[in-house]
Design a protein around this ligand. Structure first.
Ligand code: FAD
Length: 405
C-alpha cells in the first residue's frame, strides 16, 4: 500500500509490483503525478548526471544514490520507454521536452503491471495492527503488511500538502524536523531593488551575516533576476535555505552581495580561486576598478556603462563616481528581509527525520513494515534534477524492500 502517487510513490509502486507484490496507490488528489507535470517549467528535469549536492540530509541522500545511482534511475525510465537527453550542467530531461512524457510512461507501466490507483483518497490515519498497518481514507479503510509513505512535502502551493500528513508518521513515534521552504526567491528591502524589476544579470552571489559581514554559504554563480520584491533565479533560490538558517540562528536576515564581474568578462578571475565557504564579498573590487579605469581611457564617463550593463541597472548606477561604481559592480548590497514561502518554493527543507529509517531498505526502525520515500523525508537538493532523482531512487529502494517484507 502506497500513500501518495507522486514521483516517489509511482516508482515505488512499479518497483514493488515488479517483485510480485499486489500494490495499491492511495492518492489524495484527483490525479497522480501533478508535481511531475509542473516540474522543470513543464519540461521535468528528472535527474542530473553530475555528483549531487544535497544541502539537507546529504549523507542519507548520498547513501540512497549510491545504492541507486543516476544511470539506474535512467535505465528504469528507458525500460519504460522514455527517451532522455542530457543538457548543460548534467541536467536530464525527456527528449521530447514534455514533463507529461515522464508521467505517461510511469502510468503505462503501472497499467501493464496491474497496479491499482485510488484517487481522491487522502490517507487520514495510519495505525499498527497485528501483521501490518491499517490506513483510513474517506473512501474506506485498507490493511497491508507493508506501507510506503510517499506523500511528499509542502512546497509548490496547491501541489504540496498543508503539513497535516506528517502526523501519519509522528503519531507512530517518528520525528518531524520543522519544515521550511527551500529553493525559493529572496525578498529584500524595497529600496535596494527599486527600479530593477525584470532585469536579468549573470552574477556571483554571496550571503554574509548582518553583524560580522562574513560569508555564511558557498557563493553561488548563475543568472539572477530582479523582481519587485527581491531577487529570484536559480542561484538566488539555492541560497534561500542558508538565509533562513541564518535568520533562525541570529534573528537577522543576512546581506546579499551581488558581484556583477561575470558580466564584465571577469568571470575567470571571479571564480578561479574561490573555495567553499570563503570569499570576501569585495574580492573582485580591484579587478573591477582596473577594468573601469582602462575603459575610461577609451570613452567619456557618460558612456562608461553603455554596452556594459543592462539598461535598468545602468540607470540605477548613473551618476556614481568611478570608485562607487566599482563597488556597486563588485559587491552590490541587497539587505534581505526574508524568503518567499512554500507557495513559491520548489522543495521542502526539513521533514521526517532520516535517522529513524534504515538507509539500505528505507524501512522505519520504529514501525516494522513502514517504509518512506521522497520529499517527506528530511532531504532537499539543489536545483538541477536532484530532488526528483532522490524521489525516484528512494521510491525504487522502498518498493523493492516493502515487497520483500
Ligand atoms: C514548481 C516545481 C517545479 C519543480 N521542478 C523540479 C525539477 O525540474 N527537478 C527536480 O528534481 N525537482 C523539481 N521539483 C521538486 C520535485 O517535484 C519534488 O521534490 C518531487 O516531486 C517530490 O516527489 P514526492 O513523490 O516525494 O512528492 P510529490 O511528487 O509531491 O507526491 C506526493 C503525492 O502524495 C499525495 N498526497 C499528499 N498527502 C497525501 C495523503 N494524506 N494521502 C494520500 N496522498 C497524499 C500528493 O497529492 C502527491 O500526489 C519541483 C517542484 C515544484 C513545486
Amino acid at each position: 500500500m502506497i500513500i501518495g502517487g507522486g514521483a516517489a510513490g509511482l516508482t515505488a509502486a512499479l518497483s514493488a509490483s515488479k517483485q510480485g507484490a499486489k500494490t495499491l496507490i492511495l492518492e489524495g488528489a484527483p490525479r497522480v503525478g501533478r508535481k511531475i507535470l509542473a516540474s522543470g517549467n513543464g519540461r521535468c528535469n528528472l535527474a542530473n548526471a553530475r555528483r549531487a549536492p544535497y544541502p539537507g540530509g546529504n549523507d542519507f541522500a548520498r547513501s540512497v544514490l549510491a545504492q541507486v545511482p543516476v544511470d539506474q534511475v535512467l535505465a528504469f525510465f528507458h525500460d519504460l520507454g522514455l527517451v532522455t537527453v542530457e543538457e548543460e550542467g548534467g541536467r536530464v530531461y525527456p527528449g521530447c521536452g514534455q514533463a507529461a512524457a515522464v508521467l505517461d510512461v510511469l502510468r503505462a507501466g503501472l497499467a501493464r503491471q496491474g497496479v491499482e490507483t485510488l484517487a481522491d483518497a487522502p490517507v487520514t490515519s495510519l495505525k499498527i495492527i497485528p501483521g501490518g498497518l491499517r490506513l483510513t481514507t474517506p473512501q474506506g479503510s485498507f490493511e497491508a503488511p507493508a506501507v510506503i509513505a510517499a506523500f511528499g512535502g509542502m512546497a509548490g502551493g496547491k501541489l504540496g500538502h498543508d503539513g497535516s500528513p506528517y502526523r501519519l508518521l509522528t503519531d507512530l513515534g517518528h520525528t518531524l524536523i520543522p519544515p521550511f521552504p527551500a529553493l525559493t526567491p529572496l525578498t529584500a528591502e524595497k529600496s535596494a531593488v527599486k527600479g530593477l524589476s525584470g532585469q536579468r544579470a549573470p552574477v556571483l552571489l554571496t550571503l554574509c551575516g548582518r553583524k560580522n559581514n562574513r560569508p555564511i554559504a558557498v557563493p553561488c554563480q548563475g543568472e539572477a533576476l530582479f523582481t519587485d520584491y527581491g531577487v529570484s533565479g536559480v542561484c538566488a533560490m539555492e541560497l534561500a535555505r542558508y538565509a533562513a538558517e541564518e535568520q533562525k540562528k541570529t534573528g537577522l536576515w543576512p546581506m546579499l552581495y551581488m558581484d556583477f564581474s561575470p558580466m564584465l568578462g571577469l568571470a575567470p578571475r571571479a571564480f578561479g580561486w574561490l573555495s567553499p565557504r570563503q570569499g570576501d564579498p569585495e574580492r573582485n573590487l580591484s579587478a573591477v576598478q582596473a577594468f573601469l579605469e582602462e575603459r575610461l581611457h577609451r570613452m567619456p564617463k557618460e558612456a562608461l556603462l553603455r554596452g556594459m550593463v543592462p539598461r535598468l541597472l545602468a540607470e540605477r548606477l548613473q551618476g556614481q563616481s568611478l570608485s562607487q561604481l566599482a563597488r556597486s559592480l563588485a559587491a552590490f548590497p541587497v539587505p534581505l528581509t526574508g524568503i518567499k514561502g512554500m507557495d513559491a518554493a520548489q522543495v521542502t527543507a526539513g521533514g521526517i527525520s532520516t535517522q529513524e529509517f534504515d538507509r539500505d531498505t528505507l524501512e522505519s526502525r520504529l514501525v516494522p513494515g513502514l517504509f518512506a520515500a521522497g520529499e517527506l523525508l528530511d532531504v532537499d537538493g539543489d536545483c538541477g534534477g536532484y530532488n526528483l532523482q532522490f524521489a525516484f531512487a528512494s521510491g525504487l529502494i522502498a518498493g523493492k524492500n516493502a515487497a520483500a517484507h
